[in-house]
Design a protein around this ligand. Structure first.
Ligand SMILES: Nc1ncnc2c1ncn2[C@@H]1O[C@H](COP(=O)(O)OP(=O)(O)OP(=O)(O)O)[C@@H](O)[C@H]1O
Ligand SMILES: [Mg+2]
Length: 213
């Protein structure tokens, strides 16, 4: 079944919250319900993005926060041009593992850059398209930290940050998303299955309300 217009879903939250786990289950289940789904991510959804993701995650040399943000913004511009806009125009459900709110939180709340400047550049990079639904997977940073260590993968530059930085990220996501009408807030400390079921129910409700119009 094709929904009438494309649907853009962003999944947000701190490192280790369970975003990628949710994105994969959500995509699988929507495909099982015969929706056309594109699963993508920021950074790294395009060829350019893969190179930028490598620079941003390894940070072999210290990046100036503005330079760091602009690399994310470059990834985002290419992502919207190559993936998000074309697939939305073809009426797909596009699920992005992170999007613009991550930059507001990590480079704004985390690194201290001016948030309204970041919002202006984000909007420009995104051709003023915003997610229809943002799913915020909310966990305490202590839970996320524990999961990241257990995941046993090489740590990214952001995962090596101190607790104080992680605390700022939780404050940032809470500030931006807890009372945002486009946002579904999900308790990420329950099982992956419960997280996914809660998200799917809300997304299906949204699709139903849109299809009726
Ligand atoms: N609801 C959950 N309960 C317990 N463990 C979980 C849950 N969701 C994910 N995990 C596990 O926690 C770890 C982090 O999950 P995941 O990789 O999905 O997080 P993420 O938000 O995508 O992190 P990152 O921002 O670093 O990519 C993984 O090992 C995953 O299997
Ligand atoms: Mg992930």
């Amino acid at each position: 079944m094709q929904i009438k217009t494309g649907l853009l879903i962003a999944i947000e939250g701190i490192d280790g919250a369970g975003k990628s786990t949710l994105a994969n289950i959500l995509a699988r289940q929507l495909i099982a319900l015969n929706h056309s789904v594109i699963l993508t991510k920021e950074p790294g959804g395009t060829h350019l993005g893969k190179q930028l993701r490598d620079i941003l995650q390894t940070q072999l040399y210290p990046l100036d926060p503005k330079a760091e943000y602009l690399l994310f913004a470059a990834d985002r511009a290419q992502h919207f041009h190559d993936i998000i806009i074309p697939y939305l125009q073809q009426n797909n459900i596009v699920i992005s593992d992170r999007m613009s709110d991550s930059s507001l939180v990590y480079q704004g709340y985390g690194r201290g850059l001016d948030i309204s400047t970041l919002q202006t550049i984000n909007a420009w990079a995104m051709n003023n398209i915003t997610p229809d639904i943002t799913i915020y997977v909310r966990v305490a940073y202590t839970v996320a930290r524990e999961r990241i260590l257990q995941r046993n993968m090489q740590l990214t530059a952001f995962e090596k940050e101190q607790d104080i930085f992680l605390q700022k990220l939780v404050v940032g996501f809470d500030d931006l998303l807890l009372s945002n009408p486009h946002c579904i807030v999900i308790d990420g400390t329950t099982t992956p299955e419960i997280v996914a079921i809660t998200a799917i129910e809300k997304v299906l409700q949204w699709i139903k309300s849109r299809t009726k119009q």
